[in-house]
Design a protein around this ligand. Structure first.
Ligand SMILES: C[S@@+](CC[C@H](N)C(=O)[O-])C[C@H]1O[C@@H](n2cnc3c(N)ncnc32)[C@H](O)[C@@H]1O
Length: 381
């Protein structure tokens, strides 16, 4: 019980990571490059936000006219509902309003709406945002926020880490366009993988990528305990955390998704691959329990192989649906019908591990690989 509480506290703490303006801007630019009208005439909802200071609200409000938005709605979650309790102080912005309510400020979420010029300067921008308290706490699962979801065309946010699966399901059940932040760990979730495999969702422009030597970096609240190498404080005392494997998931089109990987043939890989595991070999290792070959690096995928190949999970951000099809993933039961053998305790004491993964023979011993995505060259290629 104590362990569960600790684990919950840890994941809830990770719910309070805030996205930097530059990361939002760069990502949105990738969708605008592909389709300059992607947001034109659209209602955008930013749930799970803190609109008084969130960079999502700031970015979309500042660029309202440029993007051609019809309406921007952003909502926040009540401080007292947050699992990770923060010492809460309402902002000046809130307390200065005549309808400021000290109790509601803690127990209710807020809604910010931008859809017209309120100040009369003939422009629609951040000055025209209007806010009020929500009826409830702003939980995205509440009826009130569901209604806003149904009104929206596109949902954009960095959702709470601990509720990622639920958040994706919440979007998918309403068939909405979306752009959200998540982690590579989610790729193999049983709720998420089938969506990636079926091209219902995909990774965004930036995913699991270090930029200037850094993983995607988030602003964390002041009280965040500084531990580990990925945490640092800037000159102004702001705290940041870099999180490996982080990036965007979306169902909005962008150019990178359609850029095929540049690959060598199998023979060229044996001759020129930079990986010692591939160069100098005569063949790729065939799995013992899947009818597929093991390709330990995405850049070692042989472009002339017609059969099924097992590739690392990180392939997902390089996946171009015109180049490959995804047939399954190794770390489950034979859900995708590609497995050729189930091990039993009679075969090996490692049978449980081998059945969850792809098995290879190394020096006559059965070994399991890391989780692999199973892919095949598109027939038309
Ligand atoms: C990862 S933070 C991101 C905040 C903001 N979107 C950003 O990126 O700067 C997720 C936010 O969702 C809030 N949250 C947690 N559970 C929620 C729920 N059930 N409904 C709505 N928001 C929730 C957290 O308190 C936190 O403020």
């Amino acid at each position: 019980m104590a362990n569960t509480n600790l684990a919950n506290a840890k994941t809830a703490k990770n719910d309070e990571f805030y996205t930097q303006y530059n990361d939002i801007q760069k990502e949105i630019n990738a969708y605008l490059d592909y389709d300059p009208n992607v947001f034109r005439g659209k209602t955008v909802l930013l749930p799970c936000d803190d609109p008084e200071w969130s960079n999502f609200t700031k970015f979309f409000a500042q660029n309202f006219e440029l993007l051609g938005l019809k309406k921007l709605i952003s909502t926040s979650y009540a401080p007292e509902s947050k699992k990770y309790k923060i010492p809460y102080e309402p902002t000046l912005f809130e307390t200065q309003q005549p309808y400021f309510d000290n109790d509601k400020s803690k127990t209710h979420g807020k809604i910010f709406v931008l859809d017209r010029d309120v100040t009369g300067d003939n422009r629609i921008n951040i000055e025209d945002l209007q806010w009020q308290y929500l009826e409830g706490d702003g939980d995205f699962r509440s009826r009130e926020i569901r209604k806003l979801r149904d009104e929206a065309d596109i949902i954009v946010t960095n959702p709470p880490f601990s509720l990622f699966r639920e958040f994706v399901a919440w979007i998918m059940e309403a068939s909405k366009k979306f752009l959200i932040i998540g982690n590579i760990n989610a790729v193999s979730y049983k709720e998420i993988f089938p969506l990636l495999m079926g091209n219902k969702i995909w990774t965004g422009n930036r995913f699991n990528e270090r930029v200037n030597g850094k993983n995607m970096t988030f602003f964390v609240p002041d009280y965040y305990e500084m531990k580990g190498t990925e945490l640092y404080v800037d000159d102004n005392g702001n705290k940041f955390i870099s999180v490996a494997g982080t990036g965007w998931f979306t169902n909005l089109e962008h150019g990178r998704r359609h850029a095929p990987l540049k690959l060598m043939t199998m023979a060229e890989n044996f001759k020129h691959s930079k990986h010692k595991e591939v160069r100098g070999r005569k063949e790729y290792v065939h799995y013992e329990n899947y009818d597929a070959i093991e390709v330990p690096f995405a850049d070692a995928i042989p472009r002339d192989y017609e059969g099924i190949m097992g590739v690392p999970i990180s392939f997902i951000s390089k996946y171009c649906p015109e180049q490959f099809e995804i047939l399954g993933i190794t770390d489950r039961g034979n859900q995708y019908g590609i497995k050729t053998k189930e091990y039993t305790p009679q075969d090996t004491p490692l049978y449980g591990d081998l059945n969850r993964r792809a098995a290879i023979l190394v020096d006559g011993q059965l070994k399991s690989t890391y989780a692999r995505i199973l892919i095949r060259k598109k027939q038309s290629q």
